[in-house]
Design a protein around this ligand. Sequence first.
Ligand code: HPA
Length: 238
Amino acid sequence: MLALIAGTGFDRFLKPEEEKIVETPFGSRVIYKIQAQDQSFYYLPRHGLDHSVAPHLINYRANLWALKDLGVDKVLSLCAVGSLNKDFKPGNFVAVKDILDFTKGRTSTFYDGQDRDLKHLDVSNLYSKSMVQEIKNFFSQRPESFQEGIYVCTEGPRFETAAEIKFYQMIGGDLVGMTGSPEVFLARELSMNYASLALVTNFCTGVASDSIEFVSSFDQYQDLIESLLSYLSRKNIP
Ligand code: HPA
């Protein structure tokens, strides 16, 4: 079963139908069901339906635990990102191929030796290659561009300074967002396949101009996202 975790912007047009309340050791979660082109999926708006939960306050452990509990084995994350790289322009879709984690105070594991045994996650294959390949196949039949890049996760909720952005460029980052960590690590700790598709909404501070300017409408991507969900759920992804 496929679940979609949708971030800023994408959560505006996905309309939940049914809801399930799932109890987890980290608190209860409401997980929704949505339909796209006759297929149904679990759906979790990362910042809440009213978009009120800041990136550093998201209960990531409860989110991922609840999805696992419902039998989810594949998670597609959708997120809005800033770009550090002039080749990745506002309006471009980019699959995340690796992550540089600059978050600070987030609990990033289920296995810290307290309630569960200590484990050290192997992060050599974080993002599902087979899911990314299917996303690539999907985009090959469409006019929108598709690229792959390295995601820098910041603590937020503030945006980055120009000096921070220069540093992230120097160490090889392409995109900046605030929610990729610990989401991907927790999904992998629970052995779920995870892929993250980012939409570039702006060039980061100081990249193209001194201020940040956002592309305005996400609604134009509704058909694309629904077709992608339906495409992925019809594929037999290992
Ligand atoms: N920085 C961090 N997160 C973001 C940005 C950004 O410029 N744009 C969208 N999410």
